[in-house]
Ligand binder design. Structure first.
Ligand code: AMP
Ligand code: MG
Length: 329
């Protein structure tokens, strides 16, 4: 089965072609800025400007004609309304032109399923650390349950906000990671450690970091180092507690922030200490990508999900992970 995946939940417009379990192409274009963050209407304009080219690239690279595509899958939830709408419209247009069935799928769950498909994890706890989303997810009792999550902003947005404040541009995660490598590892700067039960909070840490940055008493590299140590430890703590609670011995990473080598190292240490297995997908499947949307569509369609109706197919910017009906397990 050949599937065209379309991703547009936030900064990334992506298109991918998969043939069963083979990813034939996985193209993307990322909205970036030199200074300042993402304004939804500007990101939507970016997606409109690049969508034709990215889809063409994905088809060409896979050596597939649109006529041979059996299913179109787009991300319908959750995300920024402005940008979700673009993927939805592209899918509907291609459906209208070529009469190809199409389905909208949940982006967070797609991160977990592409992880299982590409790394071989079977029943993991997913530590999902991305721009807008920060959740600890596992399958339990017929649904993908959220065992812990951010109570305010996503971990990536938190890192990007601090990066923006110190004028590093968007996305800031890779730049903060680089600076952190030069920080003093002997001395951890005291930052608020905000784990509330199974949930995490980043707003207070951000304010604290800004105050410390403005005081000019700290080196930027040291602040970046301590930022990473503190918030990654918070995430690893909640992930570990979820693993203990669900009695699962696999940890899967997902989301762009999971590209961070220090987060991966901390996850590895935690898993080793409890005799669990760590699964880290390739970077191209960690960040927002269309291959995972294609794969999610494929497994749902093969499990009996019907093509959406063009008239009613819609976006659900606020749909939560545990509201998705699971047909495929
Ligand atoms: P996603 O929304 O899953 O595509 O992830 C995007 C987020 O990942 C942005 O907030 C980036 O700043 C962040 N990110 C990407 N690479 C890294 C990295 N190496 N370290 C930390 N954050 C990163
Ligand atoms: Mg994501």
């Amino acid at each position: 089965m050949i599937v065209l995946g379309i991703e547009s939940t936030a900064h990334t417009f992506g298109a991918a072609i998969i043939k069963d379990r083979d990813v034939l192409s996985n193209e993307r274009d990322l909205f970036t800025t030199e200074e300042g963050g993402m304004k939804p209407f500007e990101v939507a304009q970016h997606h409109v400007a690049c969508c034709d080219e990215i889809i063409k690239k994905a088809l060409d690279k896979a050596n597939v004609s649109i006529k041979n595509v059996d299913l179109i899958s787009y991300s319908s939830s959750p995300g920024i309304g402005h940008t979700l709408r673009i993927g939805n419209m592209v899918a509907k247009s291609l459906h209208a032109l070529h009469n190809i069935p199409f389905v909208g799928v949940n982006h967070c769950i797609a991160h977990l399923e592409i992880g299982d498909m590409t790394t071989g994890s079977k029943d993991p706890v997913l530590l999902y650390c991305s721009g807008a989303n920060t959740q600890v997810i596992a399958y339990d009792g017929g649904k993908y349950r959220i065992f812990g999550e951010t109570l305010d902003i996503g971990i990536g947005n938190f890192i990007d906000s601090f990066a923006r404040y110190i004028k590093l541009g968007f996305p800031g995660g890779p730049k903060i990671e680089k600076l952190a490598l030069e920080g003093n590892k002997e001395e951890l700067i005291d930052l608020p450690y905000c784990v509330k039960g199974m949930d995490v909070v980043f707003g207070g840490i951000l304010t604290n970091l800004k105050t410390k940055y403005n005081s000019k008493e700290y080196k930027v590299e040291d602040l970046c180092y301590s930022l990473q140590e503190t918030v990654f430890a918070m995430m690893i703590e909640t992930a570990e507690r979820a693993m203990a609670h669900c009695d699962k011995n696999e940890l899967l990473l997902g989301g762009g922030v999971a590209c961070n080598k220090r987060l991966q190292e901390m996850a590895r240490t935690m898993c080793e200490e409890r005799g669990a297995k760590l699964f880290v997908p390739e970077n191209q499947f960690l960040v927002d990508n269309a291959a995972m949307i294609a794969w999610q569509g494929l497994i749902e369609f093969q499990a009996g999900r019907k093509s959406d109706e063009a008239e009613t197919a819609t976006i659900q910017p606020y749909l939560r992970t545990d509201e998705v009906e699971v047909l495929w397990r």
